[in-house]
Ligand binder design. Structure first.
Ligand SMILES: [Cu+2]
Length: 332
């Protein structure tokens, strides 16, 4: 029942934000160009389909009348001219115009409208997104914060299989995330808001729940967000101190980094960096909201929410998981 509620109600409640993953509700210059091209093609092909289908009905009607008048088949000069114009010249013209428009749109969105001041690295992992701000030494997951009105340079790659980065309202189309290769794209938000992204290259059982949130905020809020991301707060509460011990006892550190506390012994940790976990609004790539109950239930059994996820269940005692969650909630 809880799983049902989470998988049905969360998307429903989130969709209340209205069109937040719609290509037809663009919020950036790149996405607008793509939407405009789509509308031109939609109306052109819409009008042409109506004309062709209308012509078809007309032809059937005439053929029946001819049959009645027993005039028989004959192709005269006007018919031949009509076939050449409507059947060959017009489609050629329309298709060539579409090619020219597509190529021009493609060229116009390949570069951002200005020099990007912020670079973000996004690394695809099986079913979640690692997000790095190399200039600010911040690593987080699944949620990207950007300032409004400025193009952002986005560099994508993958830690395992091929994924694809797509934020329909902000980015100029999709870009593949390929292991061992860095692809570049850009993003820009013209207004503050929350925008949804989605992996668009099938990558395994939880591909559908590999989602992403982009929060576009006014410049000064963005700078405040950056400067609030300080790792390693001092702990004095005994419950939180105990929670940090549980983090090690339960083996969480073998997959998760908490800066200043633990780094897995190998590069490319398999689990999201938890240094700023409490600053995220969702868990598991937008699967559930980041609340105390959900965090507790996720740690005990993440497969309940995201079956096949690459994190094992941790059957901890109520006391231990309570302490662990209290500690994780300090990670701003
Ligand atoms: Cu995927």
């Amino acid at each position: 029942m809880r799983r049902w509620a989470a998988s049905v109600l969360l998307p429903v409640s989130l969709s209340a934000c209205g069109g937040w993953q719609s290509t037809l509700d663009p919020a950036s210059p790149g996405a607008s160009n793509i939407a405009n091209l789509w509308w031109i093609m939609f109306w052109t092909t819409g009008v042409l389909s109506t004309l062709v289908i209308g012509g078809l009905f007309y032809a059937v009607y005439r053929a029946r009348r001819h049959a009645r008048d027993e005039e028989g088949d004959r192709v005269g000069g006007t018919e031949r001219g009509f076939i050449l114009v409507a059947g060959a010249a017009m489609p050629t013209l329309v298709l060539i115009s579409f090619i020219v428009l597509s190529v021009r749109t493609g060229a116009s969105i390949s570069e951002p409208p200005g020099e990007p001041e912020l670079t973000i690295e996004v690394i695809g992992h099986m079913f979640w997104w690692e997000v790095r701000y190399p200039d600010h030494d911040i690593t987080t997951a699944n949620e990207i914060h950007i300032p409004v009105g400025a193009p952002v340079d986005v560099r994508v790659t993958s830690a395992d299989v091929i994924h694809s980065f797509w934020v329909p309202q902000l980015a100029p189309g999709k870009v593949d995330m390929i292991p061992g290769r860095t692809n570049r794209t850009w993003m820009m938000a013209e207004e503050p808001g929350r925008f949804r992204g989605q992996c668009t290259e099938f990558c395994g059982v939880q591909h559908a729940l590999m989602s992403l949130l982009v929060v576009a905020m006014p410049e000064e809020d963005f700078l405040a967000w950056i400067s609030d991301r300080l790792p390693g707060t001092e702990l004095d509460d005994p419950l939180e101190l105990r929670g940090r011990e549980v983090f090690f006892e339960a083996g969480c550190q073998s997959c998760h980094t908490i800066q200043g506390v633990s780094e897995p012994e190998f590069l490319g940790a398999p689990g999201p960096d938890l240094t700023h976990l409490a600053a995220r609004s969702t868990l598991g790539g937008l699967t559930i909201e980041n609340t105390r109950e959900n965090l507790t239930a996720w740690i005990l059994d993440p497969h309940h929410f995201k079956p096949g996820v690459r994190m094992p269940p941790s059957p901890l005692s109520g006391e231990d998981v309570g302490a662990l969650v209290a500690y994780l909630e300090t990670l701003q």
